[in-house]
Design a protein around this ligand. Structure first.
Ligand code: 3PG
Length: 305
């Protein structure tokens, strides 16, 4: 059995070594395609493999169509909006993610971004502290919960909105649940976004929510670019000279935002939330183990299609 790791943004070497060990101990062969620049390289590499591990690499219908032997694809990470699940299901290919495995890395970056924005992007001048500020966690999943935990250590007051998690559970963790997304944005100085990109959430963060934020409001996005209504974000930042936006996924109008709002906007040059050795190892090894378990025993834990 051949297992392909296809990563435009490669895993750390230690993670690849760990994946190789799991794959070879299971009697399988590891194929590696890293830093590819043309999708044709991906098509070629996937053509005869039985299993596939990717990160944010797009597993489109075209990829699925050329992968004649493919039985399973695992997104080493949380968000699986890069997988064409319909195409996978049509060919009986199992799709999985590795929830929680890279969450701490993303959570640490989100908190780092809050400090960076409240300290004038590390430019000279008087900044503000996180202590005593209100933080709104928009979606209380694996990453959101970790951000809340770290922020507690900074003495922040933490709120969360998540229609899928019972309020009691949120309350039990020392976080204040709110009843609506509007309430979260009206209440909190910081919003940390942890919603997935779905048909319902795309472009859902716009003028209506951002204009409600209290003075000094700061939006931190380590989730997905697509959830932001970029034109409305620009409009509200033009109207409100106090609002800040920090993102790990550069918006299409990033250059314009950068030139207009030098210390109120920051985007990382390339998505780096899950770019730690620890997260690479956790997610990469989990992906390899899930594939081996599936191939050997049919275990479908973490299947998403
Ligand atoms: C995820 O959904 O797990 C993160 O966005 C990480 O993405 P990456 O593997 O491309 O860094």
């Amino acid at each position: 059995m051949k297992i392909l790791v296809a990563t435009e943004k490669p895993f750390a070497k230690l993670a690849v070594d760990g994946i190789r060990k799991i794959v070879e101990e299971a009697g399988c062969e590891l194929c590696l395609l890293e830093k590819y620049t043309d999708v044709a390289e991906f098509y070629k590499a996937v053509a005869d493999v039985d299993a596939l591990i990717v990160r944010s690499d797009k597993v489109t219908k075209e990829v699925i169509d050329v992968a004649k032997n493919l039985k399973i694809v695992v997104r080493a990470g949380a968000g699986f909006d890069n997988l064409d699940l319909t195409a996978c299901s049509a060919k009986n290919i199992v799709a999985m993610n590795t929830p929680g495995q890279n969450s701490n890395a993303v959570a640490e970056l989100a908190v780092g971004m809050m400090i960076y924005m409240y300290r004038n992007c590390f430019n000279p001048g008087t900044g503000s502290e996180l202590k005593g500020k209100k933080l709104g966690i928009h979606a209380y999943g694996n990453v959101g919960r970790l951000v809340a935990n770290i922020a507690k250590g900074f003495g922040m007051e933490i709120y969360a909105f998540d229609p899928f998690i019972p309020s009691d559970k949120i309350k039990a963790e020392g976080v204040i649940p709110v009843n609506s997304v509007e309430e979260l944005y009206s209440t909190c100085h910081f919003i940390s976004l942890h919603i997935p990109a779905t048909e319902e959430t795309k472009k859902s963060i716009g003028y209506n929510l951002l204009s409600r934020m209290p003075k000094g409001g700061c939006l931190v996005n380590t989730a997905r670019k697509e959830v932001i209504h970029e034109e409305e974000l620009l409009k509200v930042m033009e109207e409100r000279a106090d609002l800040k936006y920090c993102t790990d996924i550069a918006p299409a109008n990033g250059e314009e935002l950068k030139s207009k709002f030098t210390t109120r906007f920051f985007a990382t040059p390339k998505k780096m939330g899950a770019e730690t050795a620890e997260a690479n190892i956790n997610a990469g090894l989990a992906a390899a183990s899930q594939i081996v378990r599936f191939l050997k025993t049919g275990d479908r834990t973490f299947q998403v299609n």
